[in-house]
Design a protein around this ligand. Sequence first.
Ligand code: PRP
Ligand code: MN
Ligand code: MG
Length: 179
Amino acid sequence: MDNDILKVLYSKEQLHEFNVKLAAELKRDYAGKYPLMVCILKGAVLFMTDLVRELDEYVELDFMDVSSYGGGTESSGDVKILKDLDTSVKGRDVIIVEDIVDTGATLVALMKLFETRQANSVKVCSLLDKPSRREEEVQVDYVGVTVPNEFVVGYGLDYAEKYRNLPYIGVLKPEIYSK
Ligand code: PRP
Ligand code: MN
Ligand code: MG
């Protein structure tokens, strides 16, 4: 797998630092609130499991599978709910946990949904933010780091379902796409 990577953007150590920083912000804002943290599968799974380990607070975890991408690198523009939450968000303080905010389509759909379901508050915590690709106006309340407009993989992020298990985030060699 490492052989397919052109360059490492964020090492395991840097990712840990982002998690520590974000956890401190969440602790400050959610102390005593017992938020419902919603991991958006599959990309956010590594991020959320590391992030919550840094949070010395009571939280509830749930998972939702929303997909806006096909097999390639471009967004198809529509968002499908593949797996819904087990928990009711009504009256809850929801934190949407994402690996990356790209066009914003996924988040816009989720914000609307949780509003309809009468969450008390909905905030977004994303490890990566890629504002250069934004098509929808969305507020990302907690951001690990802003990334350049490059297709990144690893630490949950895939290309055609591969590379999610890399412990760092990197950029693929161009020949990988042309295969
Ligand atoms: C990716 C990523 C975000 C979303 C961001 O998920 O993990 O959830 O796209 O894109 P957007 O801002 O343009 O909506 P994807 O749909 O590829 O599913 P995955 O997490 O299972 O890879
Ligand atoms: Mn995703
Ligand atoms: Mg994907």
